[in-house]
Each structure stands twice: as C-alpha cells, then as structure tokens.
Design a protein around this ligand. Structure first.
Ligand SMILES: Nc1nc2c(ncn2[C@@H]2O[C@H](COP(=O)(O)OP(=O)(O)OP(=O)(O)O)[C@@H](O)[C@H]2O)c(=O)[nH]1
Ligand SMILES: [Mg+2]
Length: 199
C-alpha cells in the first residue's frame, strides 16, 4: 500500500494556502480518469498515485490545483485514507459504454462520504465520442444525489475544460466557506486516523 505522507511534494501543509486546492478523482479502472487529467503536463507518479499540478485563473485569482489520480483497481475498499485527506472536491468518473462502471458509482460515493461528508462532488459521464446518443439518457444516480453531471470526452476534449473549471470553483468555494466547527473536528479526526502513532 502506498503512503502519500512519505513523499515531500505531497506535504499536506501547503494546502493551507488560499489559492491551492486538492481535487481527487474516483472511478473504476479504464473509465478515463488519467486521460482526463493528462492535458496537464506537470505530474508526479508513484506506484498507484499520480499527482497532476495545474495552475489556472478563477475570478482573477491564480489558483494552484492538485489533481489526485489513482488506479481504479485500487477500489474504494482499499483506498488509503490519505487519498481523501483534505480534499476540497471530487470528480467521479464512469464510462458511458460500460454499465458496471455507472453502477459502481454508488460504492465510490459511499467511500468518499465516509471520509469527506461535505465536499462538492461532480459526476462525469466519459467517452461520449463513442456514442453521442448517451447524452439524451437519464443517469439518475447524479440527480438522486443532487450532484452535477457532465457529459465529456477525454479523447476529443468535449466539456473537459468546462467541467474542470467548474469543479475548481466549487473546490475553492468549499475551501473558503467550510471552516465551520464540524469540519475542523472532522479534519482533526482524519489526522489522528492517518497518523495514529503521533497521538
Ligand atoms: N473513446 C474514448 N476513449 C477514451 C476516453 N477516455 C479514455 N479513453 C480510453 O480508455 C482507456 C482507459 O483510459 P485511462 O485514462 O487509462 O483510464 P483510468 O480511469 O485512468 O484507468 P485506471 O488507471 O486503470 O484506473 C484508454 O485506452 C483511453 O485511451 C474517451 O473520452 N473516449
Ligand atoms: Mg489511470
């Protein structure tokens, strides 16, 4: 099992800066998570984790975004808690051509909410280039959970930038507005859970 805390570049303290957000990516293997992120050249890879660093301008503020990408075969059951730690938003991806990847969103979402009950989360229906008709279909999971749904193609770029920009905005808004007491408590609990030996 990988340990993000051992990599200096993944030092959690830097996420305290106002203009930096952490966005995690979840979804089954081969749905296109890495392809969605690969438009961003700077990356740092370990065994199961790839970090894509991305700078953008939102509301005339320079924002540094760390996109965290893991291999889908890790599955939610064995996701390391530090993957979720201090994440400000989540991108959940499925493949419109493989129904099972849509069904499994439920498990990914349950796993996410265990660690990050409040962060904004978007659902991405990827690979629409393979079958444009799917954009007419209802994907009730997103509606039922009250999550935004984006039809995208990582292959030809359709809606990718729009989805990323809107997710970054949600992440920033979460970071700026969620410093309520419960969130602080949750974060303390997470820290103790990840680094039990320090306490
Ligand atoms: N047609 C089409 N193929 C895509 C699209 N996005 C990804 N693919 C292909 O789907 C395959 C899997 O893409 P990856 O980005 O490696 O998927 P992943 O979710 O990162 O998979 P894991 O790392 O195993 O979890 C690759 O062959 C991609 O080229 C898309 O929008 N359209
Ligand atoms: Mg991948």
């Amino acid at each position: 099992m990988w340990d993000a805390s051992g990599i200096p570049e993944l030092d959690q303290d830097k996420y305290d800066a106002d203009e930096e957000v952490k966005i995690i990516c979840l979804g089954d293997s081969a749905v296109g998570k890495s392809k969605l992120m690969e438009s961003h050249p700077q990356q740092l890879s370990t065994y199961a984790l790839t970090l894509y660093k991305y700078t953008t301008t939102i509301d005339s503020k320079a924002v540094l975004v760390d996109f965290w990408d893991t291999a889908g075969q890790e599955r939610f059951q064995s996701m390391h808690p530090s993957y979720y730690h201090k994440a400000h938003a989540c991108i959940m991806v499925f493949d419109v051509q493989r129904k099972i990847t849509y069904k499994n969103l439920t498990s990914w979402y349950t796993g996410l909410r265990e660690y990050r009950p409040e962060i904004p989360c978007v659902v991405v229906a990827n690979k629409i280039d393979a079958d444009m008709k799917v954009t007419q279909r209802n994907f009730n999971f997103a509606k039922k959970q009250g999550l935004p749904l984006y039809f995208v193609s990582a292959a030809d770029g359709t809606n990718v930038v729009k989805m990323l920009k809107e997710t970054i905005k949600m992440a920033m808004s979460y970071k700026q507005n969620s410093s309520d007491f419960m969130d602080e408590v949750m974060q303390e609990l997470e820290v103790q859970y990840i680094f039990p030996s320090r306490y």
